[in-house]
Design a protein around this ligand. Sequence first.
Ligand code: SAM
Length: 277
Amino acid sequence: MTLLGAAEIRELAQELGIKPAKSLGQNFVIDANVCRKIVRTAGVTSSDVALEIGPGLGSLTLALLEEAKSVIAVEIDERLATRLPETVQKHNESAATFSVIHQDALHLKKLPDAPTVLVANLPYNVSVPVLLHLLEIFPTLKSGVVMVQAEVADRLAAKPGTKEYGIPSVKAAWWADLQSAGSVSRSIFWPVPGVDSKLVSFARHQPLGDEALRLKVFTLIDAAFAQRRKMLRSALSSIYGSSGAAEKVLIEAGIDPTLRGESLLVNDFCTIARIGF
Ligand code: SAM
């Protein structure tokens, strides 16, 4: 299958009257080798139903169609979503099936098939909420690779005790193990973005608890990181009524109340949440 190159991407954009919009994170990949590398890194196979968020002009979509059983793409920009089937028809020589949904991924609730793998060059301004939303609503999504702003990638894959570790790291860890999967040069995009990009891979792990526990854990995480410098007994005082009450729960959970949120694994937040509030 021939993938999209720089010239074809510019031609397509011109034909559609698309001036890449910063507000929608529209930086299109113009390097077919990078698209194939992302799909390889994600380990997509012929039994996978691949979900792509923000297919744009189709650079990554065509690389996914080479490997997956089917590809479902979700695009917010109507002009791009409308044009994509024609681009796919022109290039797709595989047996893979394709569907596109014109929708904001943040409001996505259902898909025509259960997705097994997520592969996306995510729109940068909404990359974390989109990833968390997809992990929450599609439990069949077992793994994936997303391209995000380098700084966001570092936060998603961060481990406790580092300055990058924060709300995105712990919330994503509720569902999956995340890892850095390499850097991507700015020069592979049109237009060239003002920030660096990185790949993050994830593999879903066994559920840590039910939805009721997750909501409690996420409330604790939000409070623990609202003021990073605060000790846990003080950061969680609004939840437990006082820092003394918070301290009692933390001691019962076997967690030092003078620690800060940045020291805790998601499992520690689960232990605290199980004691209740
Ligand atoms: N996948 C293409 C590529 O690699 O060349 C385009 C990636 S571009 C970084 C992000 C894409 O996400 C754009 O096509 C943009 O229109 C789309 N987008 C932005 N916000 C979105 C949202 N909330 N839901 C779905 N698509 C969105």
